[in-house]
Design a protein around this ligand. Structure first.
Ligand code: TF8
Length: 336
């Protein structure tokens, strides 16, 4: 079918060249607003650029993305609700603040679930990712692709974190998500849920001591300017979702829908690649700016992992026991 469509598109284009039919007749002019909480210099920007080039080719310039950065259209949750009510086309959002809409997304918040990028890609881009996409669809959200946010690390203004006990009493901002809240409370931290847009000023005014995000975000959202320590904890890999409003998507032609799906994957691959390169550069930049960096020893990594295990049982029912069992089975098979 896809092959046929491709051939048909090529034929239509050839016919148009001879004045027989209008070019890209299956495509309407669409202005697609995509909002983000991060800034334009985050690799999501590279991904959106690549996605646009792909859309230009497929639609003859008719499908246009307009990106809004730095939470200009509201935070992750607010923008996602705008999609569900059909007043905004798209958002690149973390999965974590959306657990109130789709509880199964909480599976990605389980501490130390994934051990590598490759493992995360296999799960997200495979049948488990599709399984979660069905649940998003039922909530009025079409997930075009899993983009990358990446492994999360801890920054704070007080002390290096070398073992979980160092988190004792630390005021840590967490996403609006009970699994993150419990994970950090379990380490003895004073965990405070907060929307991303408020984090910089809360760190600056010392209303909170700490936050956790990938290096690329600590860099591009300038958290390193108001933090003194960065500790590599890699305690979670939370994905970005490239969500489209189902109400709006359903009004698009099949060709438009397919172009969006295909080009979101092109954008994803570019975005992941740029993150791979920038991760190291961001960490170097953060350190050059005077932030003290440390990793956990293998012994302390094993201890923090062990300490986090009760979170799985505690949240299993809320996420869905079938969802948790399913991902753990896939991971066990991958690790064989
Ligand atoms: C968080 C997330 C955010 C992203 C971004 C705002 O800490 O990791 O960095 O969702 O879109 O809230």
């Amino acid at each position: 079918m896809r092959k046929f469509l491709k051939a048909a598109t090529a034929l239509a284009a050839a016919a148009a060249a001879f004045g027989a039919a209008p070019a890209f007749a299956e495509f309407n002019s669409r202005n697609i607003r995509v909002s983000n909480g991060i800034n334009a210099d985050h690799p999501v920007g590279n991904g959106i650029e690549a996605m646009q080039t792909c859309l230009d080719e497929k639609s003859g310039g008719k499908l246009k993305l307009t990106a809004f950065w730095g939470g200009a259209l509201g935070g992750d949750l607010q923008a996602t609700q705008a999609l569900r009510s059909g007043v905004q086309e798209a958002v690149v959002t973390s999965s974590s603040p959306l657990v109130g809409i789709v509880p199964a997304l909480g599976v990605f918040d389980l501490p130390f679930l994934f051990v590598s990028d490759e493992e995360a890609y296999q799960v997200l881009d495979g049948e488990f990712g599709d399984f979660i996409n069905e649940k998003l669809d039922a909530a009025g959200l079409v997930n075009l692709a899993y983009w990358e946010n990446g492994f999360r690390n801890l920054s704070n203004s007080r002390r290096p974190i070398t073992r979980w006990e160092d988190l004792d009493g630390l005021k840590v901002r967490v996403m609006q998500n009970n699994i993150f809240l419990d994970t950090f409370a379990n380490f003895g931290a004073n965990a405070t849920p907060m929307a991303f847009g408020e984090v910089f000023s809360a760190l600056e005014t010392k209303a909170i001591d700490a936050q956790e995000n990938p290096y690329v975000t600590i860099d591009t959202s300038k958290f390193y300017e108001v933090q003194a320590y960065v500790s590599e904890t890699k305690h979670a890999y939370t994905p970005f979702l490239f969500l489209f409003s189902k109400a709006i998507f359903n009004t698009y032609t099949p060709e438009e829908q397919q172009a969006l799906r295909d080009c979101a994957i092109v954008g994803r691959d570019v975005e992941r690649e740029v993150i791979g390169d920038l991760n190291k550069a961001s960490l170097e930049k953060i350190q050059a700016a005077g932030v003290q960096f440390n990793t956990l020893s293998p012994e302390e990594h094993a201890r923090i992992l062990e300490k986090s295990q009760p979170i799985y049982e505690k949240h299993k029912a809320a996420i869905g026991a079938d969802v948790v069992d399913r991902v753990l089975k896939i991971l066990a098979d991958l690790r064989k």
